[in-house]
Design a binder for this molecule. Structure first.
Ligand SMILES: *[C@@H]1O[C@H](CO)[C@@H](O)[C@H](O)[C@H]1NC(C)=O
Ligand SMILES: *[C@@H]1O[C@H](CO)[C@@H](O)[C@H](O)[C@H]1NC(C)=O
Ligand SMILES: *[C@@H]1O[C@H](CO)[C@@H](O)[C@H](O)[C@H]1NC(C)=O
Ligand SMILES: *[C@@H]1O[C@H](CO)[C@@H](O)[C@H](O)[C@H]1NC(C)=O
Length: 488
């Protein structure tokens, strides 16, 4: 359709495209809470609305988030973490209590528009070594029964977010898609059950990981644009790995008689830091192309009806595990404070806008003292290690935004991230007199020395940051007690 547009008619063609997008009602996004200083939920809800998000996915039934989403007009998918599956699988009464407390309660008492429950998160990930294989289906059955008992059987749908590694294709072609043989029977039970109860399948797709894991991966194929050497699958042409991956699932479903099973993309995005291919340019390019597809109502070659697509993710989370890589803390289309990382057209020319009303700690940083003679390089190394273990040094690695700092600035960066994480407590900028507080911004673009947000001044719900803050308080206590104090 686009190809036959001459320059003169581009405008009309765009209008034609706009016609395709008539069903477009808004964007969907994942809101993760694994931050040492999460943004107050009311600020986040405003951020969502200001940017045209009308669907949000939570990884847990966070009370602060669910309350703030009440009567917001935003539809909610609420997640159940894997570590709750065993208990929910063991007794339907546990599932009933969960639904009562974490779903019914918010719908009736807060007007939260909960539309679905995501049971577990990528439970079949090969790293989990079958841990959840026996509990995921009974947990699904119990939650579904509990939803029906609560009178929510129609309103709230069940789903299981899966990693794309539940299916594969030997030919490398989407049409060859099949489910991992060891999961085939279980997947059939799950899919049939979801279908019988009006639920849907959720799949997470990560073109970034394809590119990151394989230096020979064709870059344009990750960015929706391998028009130069596309993949031919019979008469179907694939110019991007996202469609090819999605259609591999669709063909696996078709082969098993579930060709009409509804599928939602639960996570897809591009990180901006912490890896050589995780940078602003790549993230902007990928995310803009993704948003454009969503706005235009584009489906895949095998399924023309566009799926719901939850972008991963809303904001950076400085408390996520870095096991998968340093990029893990940088998936946000916004920074930790809701500020904009890169310009983005959110649809129909509407520019992305930052969070409003965010309060910050004082304009000061902790840096390595210019006069600190390093008599003991061990002390310095230990101090940096300690600061990085408790702060966030994921921007310091090779190819990252702060990967080019000299040794002194490198130490400063580590000290500052710890200082900010500790709410700029004076004691957190000592490091055996190696560090001092400064009011001169030490940032060296593109490397930013951040100032933490002040969660005290805002009317946030304390429940949101309780868990991570408690851990840091524990670390702080250990520090005061001298357990790790030898180099403080
Ligand atoms: C949800 O409900 C259960 C009760 O079964 C409760 O134990 C749990 O803490 C609640 N909250 C979350 C975030 O799951
Ligand atoms: C896609 O690739 C073509 C060349 O193959 C290039 O001209 C075009 O600008 C690219 N588009 C995007 C959005 O990257
Ligand atoms: C900077 O700090 C990081 C994290 O401790 C370390 O891996 C890196 O080697 C350091 N670079 C320099 C130039 O000191
Ligand atoms: C930082 O301040 C917030 C808000 O008062 C608090 O909840 C949190 O525990 C503090 N963090 C640390 C590490 O002291």
């Amino acid at each position: 359709m686009v190809r036959i547009c001459s320059f003169l008619f581009i405008f009309l063609c765009l209008l034609g495209y706009g016609g395709l997008a008539k069903g477009f009602s808004g964007l969907a996004v994942n809101w993760g809470l694994q931050s040492t200083h999460p943004l107050p939920p009311d600020i986040v809800v405003r951020l969502l609305k200001d940017n045209g998000f009308n669907k949000v996915k939570l990884f847990e039934a966070d009370p602060g988030a669910l309350r703030a989403l009440g009567r917001s007009g935003i539809q909610v998918m609420v997640g159940i973490p894997n570590d709750m599956l065993a208990s929910l699988a063991s007794a339907v009464a546990n599932a009933e209590a969960w639904v009562q407390q974490n779903v019914s309660n918010y719908i009736s008492n807060h007007g939260t528009d909960i539309r679905s429950v995501a049971i577990g998160n990528e439970p079949f990930l090969q790293d989990y070594k079958d841990q959840f294989v026996n509990t995921i289906f009974p947990a699904l059955e119990n939650i579904q029964a509990a939803l029906i008992k609560a009178g929510l059987g129609k309103q709230v749908k069940a789903t299981i977010p899966l990693n794309a590694d539940v299916y594969r294709t030997d030919s490398g072609l989407p049409s060859g898609g099949y489910f991992r043989p060891e999961l085939q029977n279980l997947m059939m039970n799950i899919i049939k059950f979801l279908q019988d109860n009006g639920g849907f399948l959720t799949i997470n797709i990560y073109p970034f990981l394809s590119l990151q894991a394989d230096p020979n991966f064709p870059k344009e194929y990750a960015f929706f644009n391998n028009t130069a050497s596309p993949l031919f699958d019979g008469s179907v042409v694939y110019t991007n790995v996202y469609d090819a991956n999605f259609d591999t699932l669709i063909s696996a479903l078709e082969k098993n008689g579930f060709g009409r099973m509804p599928v939602v993309v639960g996570e897809v995005g591009w990180p901006t830091d912490g890896d050589a291919s995780a940078n602003i340019d790549n993230a902007k390019r990928f995310t803009q192309a993704l948003v454009d597809r969503i706005v235009q109502g584009q489906g895949s070659p095998r399924r023309r009806t566009p799926p719901d697509v939850y972008i991963f993710s809303l904001v950076d989370e400085d408390h996520k595990s870095t096991l998968p890589g340093n990029f893990e803390r940088h998936w946000g289309i916004f920074k930790y404070d809701g500020s904009i990382k890169y310009p983005l057209d959110m649809g129909n020319g509407r520019a992305i806008v930052p969070a409003k009303g965010v309060k910050y700690l004082a304009k000061q940083w902790c840096v390595m003292s210019p006069s600190a003679g390093v008599s003991d390089p061990n002390t310095l190394a230990q101090s940096i290690t300690y600061a990085c273990e408790n702060g966030d040094c994921t921007s310091l690695g090779y190819g990252s935004s702060c990967g080019n700092l000299d040794a002194q600035s490198n130490a400063s960066y580590a000290f500052n991230t710890y200082f900010q994480t500790m709410n700029q407590s004076k004691d957190a900028c000592s490091f055996n007199n190696l560090a001092v507080i400064t009011t001169v911004d030490p940032s060296k673009p593109p490397c930013r020395f951040e100032i933490m947000i002040d969660t005290r001044k805002q009317k946030a719900s304390p429940s949101v940051y309780r868990s991570s803050a408690a851990k840091i308080e524990g670390i702080f206590a250990a520090l005061i007690l001298g357990i790790v104090g030898s180099f403080i």
